[in-house]
Design a protein around this ligand. Structure first.
Ligand SMILES: Nc1ncnc2c1ncn2[C@@H]1O[C@H](COP(=O)(O)OP(=O)(O)O)[C@@H](O)[C@H]1O
Ligand SMILES: O=P(O)(O)OC[C@H]1O[C@H](OP(=O)(O)OP(=O)(O)O)[C@H](O)[C@@H]1O
Length: 180
């Protein structure tokens, strides 16, 4: 059977990348999608493919993306290669914009949504500690935190205000009820 596309969403700083990489490390049936982003490759955080705006536009026109979207003044995409991984029966986990959830549900045969949450105080602390954005960019990200999920989207809502490992285990129990 084809694998599941597992979208992880939630406000900036909630811990999407940390949770996803710990999930993929802990669960061999799960593959982390490497995103293509118009952000300098040296940036801290997730492992991604950094490209110029022109290259991104070229790749999009050539049909190299399963999903793509703009956010935070950048362009993001999930490469088409995820289809091959899903065809092998592995699950794919990807960091998505909340605005892409309806498209993801349409695009993938089997789609699960994990919506991470945390208080504004926790978000502010984590974004500042991560140190990738300026103070103004952190403020803009915090303002975006109140966006709700689109209507009609069914998500598993998981709080990540506590320990990372507890969040990861809670998600894995939900996705893989039978684990060795
Ligand atoms: N459960 C957690 N407890 C403490 N710190 C966390 C937790 N989850 C993530 N972090 C930290 O918060 C910051 C933002 O996490 P990140 O995974 O980059 O979030 P996002 O991808 O949602 O923006 C990082 O510095 C990360 O190490
Ligand atoms: O529409 P939203 O749900 O608000 O999401 C907007 C963007 O924020 C995240 O990106 P990114 O990983 O660059 O930001 P982050 O690491 O600061 O969360 C997410 O993956 C989207 O690309």
């Amino acid at each position: 059977m084809t694998g599941r596309f597992i979208a992880v969403v939630g406000p900036s700083g909630v811990g999407k990348d940390s949770v996803m990489s710990a999930m993929a490390q802990a669960e061999p049936r799960l593959v982390l999608a490497r995103r293509t982003i118009t952000r300098p490759s040296a940036a801290v955080g997730e492992d991604f493919d950094g490209v110029t705006e022109d290259r991104f536009a070229q790749m999009r026109s050539a049909g190299e993306f399963a999903l793509s979207w703009p956010a935070h003044g950048l362009q993001y995409a999930i490469p088409i290669g995820v289809d091959q991984t899903l065809a092998t029966g592995c699950d794919v986990v990807a960091n998505l914009s909340r605005a892409q959830l309806v498209a993801a549900q349409d695009r993938f045969e089997r789609c699960e949504i994990i919506s991470l949450s945390a208080t504004r105080e926790v978000l502010a602390h984590r974004l500042t500690a991560r140190g990738r954005e300026t103070k103004e960019q952190v403020e803009q990200r915090l303002d975006r935190a109140r966006y709700a999920l689109p209507e009609g989207v069914m998500a598993h809502v998981i709080d990540n205000s506590g320990a990372l490992d507890e969040t990861v285990q809670a998600i894995l129990r939900l996705l893989y009820p039978v684990r060795s």
